[in-house]
Write a protein that binds this ligand. Structure first.
Ligand SMILES: C[S@@+](CC[C@H](N)C(=O)[O-])C[C@H]1O[C@@H](n2cnc3c(N)ncnc32)[C@H](O)[C@@H]1O
Length: 327
């Protein structure tokens, strides 16, 4: 399905977008997209769409909205990585004015090129990109956003790590100085909270933010992140993923658990596959409480998940898309 070639600048991937996004065809973006990646671009899981965030989490959520008649002419992704989330929004939600941000200039330059170069011939899409923390590149602008998408990391990094090294910023965050409610800090969801707070004035009335949040924390906490900020928030879709970068991520959560944070929730991939098989892997918001309940007796803390992983168990976690509507 994919051809990879290494260039001096980094990696170039030819990706069959229709197959990767599980669509019958594409009309607004090129069917075979050429994606350029730098060492710091979050790497799409090109050979395994089921474990890719855009293919397995963003696309099903965008489709649920599209089936409800939602379009997102003015679209923004915070922390876009390679820019595939924006390409999915162009195809599925008819995004026409697209804005993307990320922390690194090389990542943002390539994301911008990846989006512009893969819009289908004859389609008019304007793309702007900014480098910086969360929404800082667009704060104060009058963008009237219909939809903002974000899939941000959660784990505060230790002092010897550097956010600007390789893929670090895809998993770790630096400690935030902003005022953040204790229940958000306890579950390490600072970055999502701050981003949602910044997004509020940038969204049009009736616009929405979609937050892709690893459900390693209670669903009630996830919903409260948005409600606490004045949004009408609910879980739009609920799915699961095998934990990517497992040693780093589960190990990172286990460290924070030792300091009284969490506890966090992991499951064996086998249990997740079986539980979600009844709902074709992506559950609608209405089914999530029942699924959370069925998974309850199988929960592993990060510390137990680390031990299970060492014993050869494949470990995963749930993923919720939090939909936050601006009244
Ligand atoms: C898990 S990756 C997701 C990439 C892409 N959106 C996707 O869903 O595949 C997280 C992205 O957020 C970016 N990021 C992390 N912290 C950020 C911040 N404070 N401001 C903007 N982007 C950030 C990372 O550099 C990385 O590209």
């Amino acid at each position: 399905m994919f051809a990879n070639s290494h260039t001096l600048a980094g990696t170039s991937v030819n990706l069959n977008a229709a197959r990767f996004f599980n669509l019958s065809n594409t009309t607004r973006i090129r069917e075979v997209a050429k994606i350029e990646l730098s060492d710091r671009s979050y790497l799409p899981k090109v050979d395994d769409p089921r474990s890719d965030w855009v293919a397995s989490v963003a696309v099903p959520a965008f489709e649920v909205l599209a089936q409800a008649g939602v379009e997102a002419p003015n679209f923004c992704s915070i922390g876009t990585g390679a820019g595939l989330d924006a390409l999915a929004a162009i195809e599925i939600l008819n995004a026409r004015n697209v804005f993307v941000t990320d922390l690194h200039d090389d990542v943002v330059t390539l994301a911008h090129e990846n989006i512009v170069n893969n819009v289908a011939n004859g389609r008019k899409v304007t793309v702007a990109a900014g480098v910086g923390d969360l929404l800082s590149p667009i704060i104060g602008k009058n963008l009237d956003l219909d939809l903002l998408y974000k899939n941000l990391p959660n784990i505060p990094m230790s002092e010897n790590e550097n956010l600007y090294d390789g893929q670090t910023s895809s998993t770790f965050i630096k400690q935030r100085g902003e005022q953040i409610p204790d229940f958000i800090r306890r579950y390490l969801d600072e970055l999502h909270y701050v981003a949602l707070r910044q997004a509020f004035p940038l969204l049009k009335s009736g616009g929405r933010a979609l937050s892709s949040i690893g459900g390693r924390i209670p669903l009630d906490v996830i919903v409260q992140i948005g409600r606490n900020l004045g949004y009408r928030s609910q879980i739009l879709t609920f799915t699961w993923k095998i934990q990517s970068e497992p040693a780093e991520v589960i190990g990172g959560y286990a460290q924070w658990e030792k300091q009284g944070f969490g506890p966090f929730r992991f499951y064996s991939a086998e249990v997740l596959a079986e539980t979600f098989s009844a709902v074709a892997d992506v559950a609608s918001g209405a089914q999530v409480r029942q699924i959370e309940l069925s998974l309850f007796s199988h929960e592993m803390s990060a510390t137990s998940a680390l031990a299970a992983m060492s014993a050869g168990v494949s470990v995963g976690h749930t993923v919720a898309i939090l939909e936050s509507l601006k009244p």
